[in-house]
Ligand binder design. Structure first.
Ligand code: AMP
Length: 283
């Protein structure tokens, strides 16, 4: 397993892999890797002969006052995890390598108009423009056959799938299941910010999804009733503060009134100062 920092070195390695007849899988990440990321790498190694993992904390997807500076950076541990999961190459570029010509907002941006203004986009106005731009650049650098994203970031995965379709990108974007701790907490690089009491209260995110599923299983189809029950459960946790709780259609990401098999409950909750997200289908 090799770690490279330049675009040229990625291209060289991918070219050599292709020359051996291997197909290319790609897992973009921001590092501080955990079992959720490892599952994406394993998914890729099952389907692709050569798996590239990028580790890059992309500044253009963070807003002012967000956690860009304190985002955990753990390249040595990440390298071991990718190696163990069967990855072939890590691309860990610098900002200069990724954005050599950008000057502030002056540069080329990929901006998806639909799907990005609600939910995460409402709370984080330039977030998705940063994501779609950096992922486009990474796709152009790696030129994978398949790219793997987690359902944990449901809206992000939908946005990338839509972007790839709209721009005729020649790859398949695969959504992989959310990996959780035994107690239900969705794994996240940001969980390290939580102290023990916050970690306990953070369980309210997955518990609300369980509650929503129970209500759905009992025949409730009114989205407002289910999201009200979810909000109530979160409100009973003093360290938790709701950013949004919604039930949306899995394609349009628009709120639904009546729940069906395509409905997904999505939520963002501050626990202390840490913003956590989770989601799940109700069926
Ligand atoms: P990040 O490093 O947080 O930007 O995440 C990189 C990729 O890993 C994204 O596609 C995430 O959706 C995915 N991911 C993060 N956490 C999980 C998880 N708990 N289970 C599955 N995929 C995840």
């Amino acid at each position: 397993m090799t770690v490279v920092k330049s675009v040229a070195d990625v291209r060289k390695a991918v070219k050599a892999a292709r020359a051996k007849g291997l197909n290319i899988g790609f897992v973009p990440t921001m590092g501080a890797l955990h079992e959720g990321h490892a599952s994406l790498v394993r998914h890729s190694t099952k389907e692709c002969g050569y798996t590239v993992v990028s580790i890059y904390v992309n500044p253009t997807q963070f807003g002012a006052g967000e956690d860009f500076d304190k985002y955990p950076r753990t390249l040595d541990a990440d390298t071991k995890l990718v190696d163990k999961a069967g990855g072939s190459l890590i691309f860990a570029p610098t900002d200069r390598e990724m954005y050599p010509n950008y000057r502030g907002a002056d540069g080329t941006w990929v901006d998806l108009v639909g799907l990005t203004k609600q939910l995460e986009g409402a709370s984080r106005p330039h977030h998705f423009r940063g994501v779609t731009t950096v992922v486009t650049k990474l796709f152009n650098i790696v030129q994978p056959d398949k790219a793997y994203f987690g359902q944990k970031d449901f809206q992000q995965c939908r946005v990338i799938q839509r972007m790839a379709a709209d721009l005729d990108m020649p790859l398949e974007v695969v959504m992989c299941q959310t990996v959780r701790e035994a107690n239900g907490l969705a794994m996240s690089s940001r969980n390290v910010y939580l102290n023990p009491e916050q970690r306990k209260q953070a369980l309210c995110l997955s518990q609300t999804l369980t509650k929503a599923r129970e209500l759905y299983a009992r025949g409730e189809r009114n989205a407002e009733k289910i999201s009200a029950a979810m909000r109530e459960l979160i409100a009973s946790h003093p360290l938790a503060r709701i950013d949004y709780v919604e039930i949306v259609d899995h394609d349009t990401l628009a709120s639904v009134a009546e729940i069906n098999e395509s409905s997904v409950a999505v939520l963002a909750v501050f626990v202390g100062t840490t913003r956590l997200i989770d989601n799940g289908y109700l069926k």
